[in-house]
Ligand binder design. Sequence first.
Ligand SMILES: [Zn+2]
Length: 233
Amino acid sequence: MALLSSSFRFARDWGECALNLAFPWPESAAAAPVRIKPPFCRQCGEPFPALPADDPSFICHHCAERKWHFQWARAGYRTEGQVLEAITGFKYRDEYYRYRQLSAWLVETFDRYAGHDSWDALVPVPLYHRRHRERGFNQAHELARNLARARKMRVLDVLYRYRETDSQAELDREARWKNMAGAFQMKRGFDVKGSRLLLLDDVFTTGATVDACAQALAKAGARQLAVLTVARS
Ligand SMILES: [Zn+2]
């Protein structure tokens, strides 16, 4: 399996390299990336521009109502324009080369919000195995791998998604939470007791997916849990 996966990566990287030489990247017509800036909710990271900039204690009404299993979540950009184009291309249109731009955005977001803390490992949100097979890769794992390489960190692929939880895009907020509850478990043979873990994904939408991951990690004894995504809707 490991051999298969590395041969796949090798072939893909070479294919991509040849493609880039033949067809340099076109200029995107989509709107420029919109960076998310403070002030924001200290827990979920949703920006509230009318807040006083010197009030870091604000918690939004979603967070006041819900008990998250992570301490905080931050995202670099809004899921729109060039960022949306890169994410959908990467995940749904076989544009693997998008990982470079997405990873660069993630590294920059990491430096802004998480670089001052120390982490034992990065934990990518896993895909359901059937989806993983169809796509050929897990976007969260690819981004985690690149961030780990750039900032000398470790990736721990410790979570298993043991049931299909897709078609999330068609579900409303509450249905997403129900659909996601208990969808992730720890893989056997890993110990995260006392660890400081940073969960990684491409997009934060309602937070249901990352929270279900955080719940599994918290149950396994992780000491500190936070979430970093390239974008949020
Ligand atoms: Zn919030």
